[in-house]
Design a protein around this ligand. Structure first.
Ligand code: SF4
Length: 237
């Protein structure tokens, strides 16, 4: 039994927000609109439990993208445990099954629908996608990319502009690689750091699946990536 104190206003159900750990990161309101609210002290809580597959995906995205591990799972659905393991979110479970450990899918392979895209152009497309997410209260701060012959890395962090809240997210790194023509997994892959940035899987998935320039998006754990012949997964979790 967890001794973590839930926010008293959480809707009853499997997902809840821990009381007393809120930096008002605003993530739940972009990732899962309608499922969270702020109380009168600017501390978020679960206002409504997800009732559809789409809302569950939104809740998982909020869990992955939140700055702190303050959105928690107290349910016992084996399928949900598998998805949380693929996100690396083992520590947010109150009642984990025996042997529960992370198997984070942090490698994504994809094909380009037009030939000749360079790594520099790929990074520019991803940067443009991040810049498009800018709102009055949210933006990504993006560092100058490092481009090499067969790889490119990009660092970015979230910045919030909410009255009364000073918030700076830490930098995450995405590494892009051009794959050898003999690699059946795709034309490119993108990898984010293992357990510190599971939210970046959702950011990459949104970019890749909403763009007409890419298809055949497949996700892998590190072990799956290094094994020959694995087909991967359509979703990051
Ligand atoms: S996810 Fe966490 S830090 Fe972000 S608003 Fe909710 S309780 Fe606050």
């Amino acid at each position: 039994m967890s001794d973590i104190k839930p926010h008293p206003k959480n809707a009853s159900g499997d997902y809840y927000v821990e009381y007393g750990c809120c930096t008002a990161c605003d993530v739940p309101f972009s990732e899962a609109p309608g499922l969270f609210e702020y109380d009168d002290r600017n501390h978020c809580y679960v206002h409504r439990q997800p009732t559809t597959g789409g809302e569950t995906n939104q809740m998982l995205s909020a869990i992955a993208c939140a700055e702190l591990q303050c959105i928690r799972y107290r349910g016992s659905d084996p399928g949900l445990f598998d998805r949380l393991a693929a996100m690396g979110e083992v520590a947010i479970c109150d009642n984990p099954p025996a042997g529960f450990k992370p198997a984070i899918r942090n490698h994504v392979a994809f094909k380009a629908t037009t030939s000749g895209i360079t790594l520099r152009e790929l990074v520019a497309l991803f940067t443009a996608f991040l810049e498009k997410q800018t709102t009055d209260s949210f933006r990504y701060k993006i560092k100058r990319p490092r481009i090499r012959d067969d790889s490119a890395s990009l660092q970015f962090a979230t910045r919030l502009a909410i009255p009364g809240v000073r918030h700076k997210g830490t930098y995450d790194t995405i590494m892009f690689r051009a794959l050898d023509a003999s690699n059946t997994k795709g034309d490119f892959c993108a990898v984010h750091e293992d357990e510190c940035s599971p939210g970046q899987s959702f950011v990459l998935q949104r970019w890749l699946t909403n763009s007409e320039q890419f298809d055949n998006v497949m996700w892998f754990t590190k072990d799956e990536w290094n094994a020959n012949g694995t087909t991967g997964h359509r979703e990051p979790c």
